[in-house]
Structure formats: C-alpha cells, structure tokens
Design a protein around this ligand. Structure first.
Ligand SMILES: [Fe+2]
Length: 291
C-alpha cells in the first residue's frame, strides 16, 4: 500500500458520510480530508469509498470515541477497531479530545470535562501512552470546548496540556473555535490562551461553527455551544489569524457536523481559511504585529 503520510498544506474539510460518494466520484480540489473513524467501523460500504478517496487525498483520523479521560480506562476493543482502520488508511494524523465520553462500557454522546489536577494528569498521560503505543504513532490532543470548571482543579488548562505534552510526547490539535467559545464561556482572553500553547507541539488547527444560547444560570448573558452547525464566526477568523502567526501555516480543518451544507459551502470556508492564513503570514502583516 502506498503511503499518503505527507503533511498537507492549507485548509481541508471534515469528510462526513453525506458527502463521501460525491467526493469519491468528483474528486474536488481540496488539499486533505479528516474523518471520524467511528463513522466507518460498522459501515463497510463507506469504508470502501474511503479507501478509494485516500488514494488521492491525505486523510486525518479524528477519533470521538477514544476517551483518554475515562477513569475506567481505554476501551481496548474500540481502540483495536480504530487501529485496524488507521492501518488501512495510513493517515497523516490521528487525533482526539481532552475529555471523557465513556463510563462502565457506556458511550455517552458528549465530550465531558475533566478537573485539571495531578491525578487526572497521571490518568490522561497513561491513557495517551497506551493509545500511542497501540497506534504506533503520535496522537494529537485537542483542547476542549468548556462550559464549566472544577473547584478541585489545581492548574490551568494550558499548564495541564503543556504537562501532558511533556510527559507523553503527544502533539496538540488547537481548535481555535474551542479556544474562542471556551474563553467567552469561562471568562478569559482567547489571545492569552493561543499565546500560551507550546508552539512546537501544535500540529493541526480546527475551525468550527458555534451556536449562541441564553445562559440559564445568568439571564441576559449568552453561552456559546460548540455545535459545528454553521459558518465560522468573524471573531474566530480574527483569532485564527493570530494562531497562524504564532504556530505557522499548520494544516487547518473546517468542521461541520450538524445541519451539514453542500460540499461547496465547506470548500468556500476552507478557501477563506487559506486567504486569512496567507494574509496573516504576509511580510507586511508580520511587521504590523511586531510593531
Ligand atoms: Fe475540533
């Protein structure tokens, strides 16, 4: 099998099941694609199409069911199934979330938050070691979308991520939209967060749409929900420009998982990401930032 494991340049899109036949048939112009392995594990027809598509596009595998934060440990059956797909696809990246989503063998439909303390750090680091050993490649860990914090946390999310990277050698997937909406929901500066991530560890960026909702705990205030159900918001594009200036031109993914539009709409968002990254990295832009 030929390898597609060269790191792509530019913005790709999340390949979801409604578009896979179209992409296999028309081969649209997009530098790379990201999939959720969980969409393919019990879908041989989709897997067949994916193996066709992978001949022409670098593929990234973004897991939603590998729960590195679960106290009950990693589900080895699931991990083995993901590994089988990874071995077939030979992706450029394998990534997942700093979260937990399984308990007692039950898969929950949410990516749930973790307290940031030494005990969680040991647990998450041990699970990432296990995942990386099993997959035989580095794992990229994505910063979560946050709606609440724990009184028991003894370190910031940034310190937690930095320490996970140090202990495991994993890399980071910086979801710029998650940074923006978490900063809004939790009351911190998203630019401070971007500036605090370890530059050398960030291998990929995500951009997705969010949905504002009324905050029931605080009437009149809004909470931003990570729905992946719309276009990228303007302030997120501005934050993305900062992320590109800080991390360089990293492969960037447009994520759209609900109310999925035509593939052309996804491509238009990817092209906008490329334009913004190009402007952010232009010499005059860098001088303006330095000044
Ligand atoms: Fe993401």
């Amino acid at each position: 099998m030929s390898s597609n494991r060269w790191v792509p340049i530019g913005a790709g899109v999340g390949l979801r099941l409604p578009h896979i036949a179209e992409v296999a048939a028309t081969r649209p112009s997009v530098p790379w694609l990201e999939i959720h392995p969980e969409n393919f594990l019990a879908n041989p027809h989709a897997t067949e199409l994916l193996l066709e598509v992978r001949r022409d596009y670098p593929i990234s595998v973004h897991t939603v069911g590998v729960s590195v934060g679960s106290v009950g440990g990693i589900d080895h059956v699931h991990l083995q199934r993901v590994r089988t797909l990874v071995d077939m696809v030979d992706p450029v990246f394998v990534s997942g979330h700093l979260a937990w989503s399984t308990h007692d063998g039950e898969y929950l439909n949410d990516l749930l938050p973790l307290p940031y303390d030494e005990e969680t750090l040991r647990l998450v680091a041990a699970h990432i070691d296990e995942v990386q050993d099993s997959l035989g490649r580095p794992y990229l860990l994505e910063n979560p979308s946050s709606y609440l914090g724990f009184d028991t946390s003894t370190m910031s999310e940034l310190d937690f991520l930095r320490e996970v990277v140090r202990r495991t050698g994993c890399r980071l997937l910086c979801d710029v939209s998650n940074v923006y909406l978490s900063a809004h929901n939790m009351g911190y500066d998203p630019y401070w967060y971007i500036d605090g991530l370890p530059i050398g560890a960030v291998g990929e960026l995500h951009l997705g749409g969010f949905t504002p909702e009324e905050d029931e705990a605080e009437p009149g205030a809004q909470i931003l929900i990570d729905t992946h159900a719309g276009r990228i918001a303007e302030p997120v594009w501005e934050l993305y420009a900062r992320a590109v200036r800080r991390f360089g031109a990293k492969p960037t993914l447009i994520e759209w998982d609900n109310d999925i539009p035509s593939f052309a709409v996804l491509l238009a968002e990817a092209r906008r990401a490329d334009e913004i990254a190009g402007r952010a990295l232009a010499p005059e832009s860098r001088c303006a930032v330095a000044g």
